[in-house]
Write a protein that binds this ligand. Sequence first.
Ligand code: EPZ
Length: 418
Amino acid sequence: MEKIIIEGSRRLEGEVTVSGAKNAVLPLMAACILTEGKNTITNVPDLADVRTMVKLLEILGAEVEFENSTLSIDSTNLDTWEAPYDLVKTMRASVLVLGPLTARFGRSRVSLPGGCAIGERPIDQHLKGLSILGAKIEIEEGYVDTIAKKLRGGVIPFDVSTVTGTENLILSSVLAEGETVILNAACEPEVTDLANFLIEMGADIQGAGTDIITIQGVKKLTPIKEYEVMPDRIEAGTFLIASVLTKGNILVKNCRFENMGALIGKLIEAGAEVTRENGGIRIKGNGEIKSVDFTTLPYPGFPTDMQAQMMTLMSVADGLSIITETIFPQRFLHAGELRRMGADIKLVGNSAVVRGVPSLSGAPTMASDLRASASLVLAGLAGNGKTQVSRLYHLDRGYERLDRKLENLGARIWREKE
Ligand code: EPZ
């Protein structure tokens, strides 16, 4: 295993280019199950989760090539519908093959994703939607089996806004008979990216990006010659915070201002100077960091995937900040590690009360999940002295060489064997 070492208190400046979005490319890869032939996807980040999904598609019988940020997926010879436990347990997003396999083969067998560090991760809404489309659902020995001679359109009222739930049901309904309407659909930009991908394949989808999505089933979908994944708004947000934290001046290139309103709003409230600049965002920290309160919400609210990183910034702000987590109420494992660096954080129910301290002190820390590991790297940038972040496999699931990108911005950061 590897760990990252950071020597803190260095100002970051320069330019960084954001990679393609992990949470967009994973559903696009699952969508390739729906069509025979070769699909090409560009701007694909080289991440552990992408490589896990490649492995899963190969187990299902697809031919996959992945190099220079380009994925080609030929699912002509898909010959099985079972997603094995040892793969699904490492990546919850494997559940995204449930819908497409059912749509293509009339059945699927996918291991139930376990819980994870950020909380219990049920898929009841995914299964509710599939049964409304006519699938028979059986759960046995930790697997969910779906059987459906032909999926038929229907009205799916989600009880909660679920990103992969919405994506799974779009994937299930594009080849179903008739019309499907998803109510209380997730509005995240990654859902829209999936809809755009499927529309290019010939699907009929209206309303992606809003809470009501209407799909007219079509007979067949055709493979896509080339599709570029949208930029990763969470990676972009992590760099925005790194700049404010280190009183830096960074141009974050290839990121969509319009996808990041809630975070940008809070960073401006905290005192950052944010401007649009040739297709990216320039952000300057001027030294003073004001405390702000925020609550995580479904898009376009403040993203839960930015909560841990923002907590690091609030740890060295000039007052009291109340952070409320409504998506994954237990998503606070990073608080304990930040405390070890001198942060003053009290957890009260699904809120964290953060009293800013003048500075954090470097310490050996341990990552617990993907975004927590990013928050600890950020804390190391701001901390006095040396910080270690171990269990880097968490970080490498969702960030394409974050350490190298930070080093190019002036950070003293390197990897070592644990
Ligand atoms: C997606 O997870 C993202 N992952 C997560 O990013 C992100 O944190 C999350 O959306 C929220 O934005 C991918 O896109 C691969 P949900 P997902 O279903 O779809 C409850 C990261 O760091 N729920 O939107 O699994 C659930 O418990 C990861 O990149 C049900 O109750 O999240 C949660 O409270 C972490 N029943 C809420 O809905 C269901 O059937 C939102 O979960 C499904 C979800």
